[in-house]
Design a protein around this ligand. Sequence first.
Ligand SMILES: NC(=O)c1ccc[n+]([C@@H]2O[C@H](COP(=O)([O-])OP(=O)(O)OC[C@H]3O[C@@H](n4cnc5c(N)ncnc54)[C@H](O)[C@@H]3O)[C@@H](O)[C@H]2O)c1
Length: 281
Amino acid sequence: MICRLLEGKKGLIFGALNDKSIAWKVAERATEEGAQVVLSNTAMALRMGDTHKLAEKLNTIVVPADATNVDEINELLSKTMEHFGGRFDFMLHSIGMSPNVRKGKHYSNLDYNYLNKTLDVSAISFHKIIQSARKLDAINEWGSILGLSYVAAQRTFYGYNDMADAKALLESIGRSFGYIYGREKNVRINTISQSPTPTTAGLGVKGFDNLMDFSERMSPLGNASADDCADYCLIMFSDYTRKVTMQNLYHDGGFSGMGMSLQAMQQYNKSFEYDKEHPFD
Ligand SMILES: NC(=O)c1ccc[n+]([C@@H]2O[C@H](COP(=O)([O-])OP(=O)(O)OC[C@H]3O[C@@H](n4cnc5c(N)ncnc54)[C@H](O)[C@@H]3O)[C@@H](O)[C@H]2O)c1
């Protein structure tokens, strides 16, 4: 379904690595809905991934930037404004990475240099891109900025490691800056808390398949896919959500409202039966 929801709007999208990436789907759908987008990712991701292919398909430009580097962000924002001929309307922060997760470090034995990197890449970069955008006055009045989060910010999920801390910080930055940018320029800032999604970042989480299965069983509407997430992002960039700000919005098929579901209980019963039959396994 195409409604030209974003007709005439312009936006900057961080984090489209390949066609599994949530940002990839958002860029495709935003363009279908009438928006113009600029894509950005790290120089390394641009070499290893398919971002240039997406830019070709969407007939737009890619500007390399490490979202932890303020000079590179400023350069990116200036180039984006140059491309659009002025301010733009929305920004998607779809960035996450934890060296502790990558190197299999347990949460009780974190490497603190890695932790700093996790927080910088996955959360503080959200602050950096917003701070730079505000200083350069890059976003139009009633613009919309989104970050992508996960329910591990509120509850503990085995294997999610220091990314849980990063997501809690990301959501807090959304609220704190949402107040400032909202009051000054009516720019809204929200985070979307998305279901587990099989992307490059997602699949790096320990036990990801089990997490997906558990979450699918627990959610009355089932897991939200990357395509579903893109649709929600479009609504949040559109003029239909102009008064929504400083929120962490669950987009998870109902997972966050659940305690126990029949489907999960049935699965749990199976292993319970197995335990009774094999008490010493
Ligand atoms: N996949 C999931 O299960 C899931 C669930 C909830 C939230 N999220 C969040 O969604 C967002 C997008 O992740 P995804 O699942 O699409 O995975 P992805 O691997 O496709 O995207 C992550 C992106 O972050 C980029 N990135 C890493 N370091 C960067 C840096 N220093 N500067 C700029 N970009 C950098 C990567 O190049 C990549 O494009 C992340 O914030 C992730 O935590 C993912």
